[in-house]
Design a protein around this ligand. Structure first.
Ligand code: GLP
Length: 266
C-alpha cells in the first residue's frame, strides 16, 4: 500500500486526478473503475475541469462502476447511473455506450447479471485503475463486513449502518433500496491499480483498521493489503487515527522522488 496523507479533501481530489491523467496519457483505451458517494464528487469536479481545459479526453475511455442499487430505473433520481451522469458522464466527452454499471431488476437473475458484468470487464481487457471510497464500517463498493474475500459481482443486502449512513441522501418520501449489485472483493483486487480515497474524521477508524488491522472479512477494505498496487489517498482527518504517520510521510516523500523521475505507472 502507498499511503499518501494530504492536507484536505481538495488535495486528495487533485492527487487522484494526476493519476487518472497519467493513465489516460499512457493507455490508448483506458479502462477506469468508478465509485459513487460524496467522497469522489471533488474528483469528478476536477476531471470535468481538466476536460474543459482540454487537458483530458474521455472519448476512448471505458468505465465500470462498482455498484448500483437493485431494481432501480436508470432514470430514477437516486440511481447511481443518474449520479454518474450528473457528476461526470454528461459533462465530459465520454461515449455513454462505454459506461457500465452492474444493474439488476426484479425480472433478472442476479447470478446471471453478476456473471455477465464480470465477463464484460474481462472482454474490455480488465480495469486499469479502480477508484474506491470506503464506508464507515470498512466496506468497499457494497461489500459489507463478512463479504467473502473471493467474492465476485453479486447482489448484497445492505447493513443497518450503511442504510442509516446513506439515508441522508434520500428525501422522506423516497424509497431507499435495501439491496445492491456490487463488484466483489476479488473483482476489485483484479484491477491493475486501485486508488482508495478517504476524507473526514468519520472514516478514521475504518482507515486504521484497513491499514493496520488484520486482513479480515469484517473490514472488507483490509483485503487491499493483498493488492500489489494500492494507493491510499487520505486527508489529515481520515489519517488521524493511524499510528506511525511520520513514517508514512517519509516513505511518501522517498516515493515522490521515484514518481517524479519515472512517472506514476509503468
Ligand atoms: C456507499 C458506496 C461506496 C462508498 C461509500 C462511502 O455506500 N457504495 O462505494 O465508498 O458509500 O460513501 P461516502 O463517500 O459518501 O462516505
Amino acid at each position: 500500500m502507498q499511503i499518501i496523507i494530504l492536507e484536505n479533501p481538495e488535495q486528495v481530489a487533485k492527487n487522484a486526478t494526476q493519476w487518472i491523467s497519467e493513465l489516460f496519457s499512457k493507455r490508448t483505451h483506458p479502462i477506469l473503475g468508478l465509485a459513487t458517494g460524496s467522497t469522489p464528487i471533488n474528483l469528478y469536479q476536477e476531471l470535468v475541469k481538466s476536460y474543459q481545459q482540454e487537458k483530458l479526453d474521455f472519448s476512448k475511455v471505458t468505465t465500470f462502476n462498482l455498484d448500483e442499487y437493485h431494481n432501480i430505473a436508470p432514470e430514477n433520481a437516486q440511481s447511481y447511473r443518474t449520479f454518474m451522469k450528473e457528476n461526470l458522464f454528461d459533462r465530459v466527452n465520454i461515449d455513454q455506450e462505454n459506461t457500465h454499471l452492474p444493474t439488476c431488476n426484479n425480472e433478472q437473475n442476479p447470478r446471471w447479471q453478476g456473471l455477465a458484468y464480470e465477463e464484460k470487464i474481462k472482454q474490455a481487457g480488465g480495469i486499469d485503475l479502480q477508484i474506491l471510497g470506503i464506508g464507515g464500517n470498512g466496506h468497499i463498493g457494497f461489500n459489507e463486513p463478512t463479504s467473502s474475500l473471493s467474492s465476485r459481482t453479486r447482489l448484497k443486502t445492505l447493513t443497518e449502518q450503511t442504510l442509516v449512513d446513506n439515508s441522508r441522501l434520500f428525501n422522506a418520501d423516497e424509497y431507499q433500496p435495501t439491496m445492491a449489485m456490487t463488484m466483489g472483493i476479488a473483482t476489485i483486487l483484479d484491477a491493475k491499480h486501485v486508488i482508495l480515497m478517504a476524507t473526514g474524521k468519520n472514516k478514521a477508524k475504518a482507515i486504521k483498521e484497513m491499514i493496520t488491522g488484520p486482513v479480515t472479512a469484517m473490514c472488507p477494505a483490509s483485503a487491499l493489503q493483498m493488492h500489489e498496487n494500492a494507493i491510499i489517498l487520505l486527508d489529515e482527518e481520515a489519517a488521524s487515527e493511524l499510528p506511525n504517520q511520520q513514517y508514512f510521510q517519509r516513505v511518501d516523500s522517498e516515493h515522490q522522488k521515484i514518481r517524479d523521475k519515472y512517472g506514476l505507472f509503468l
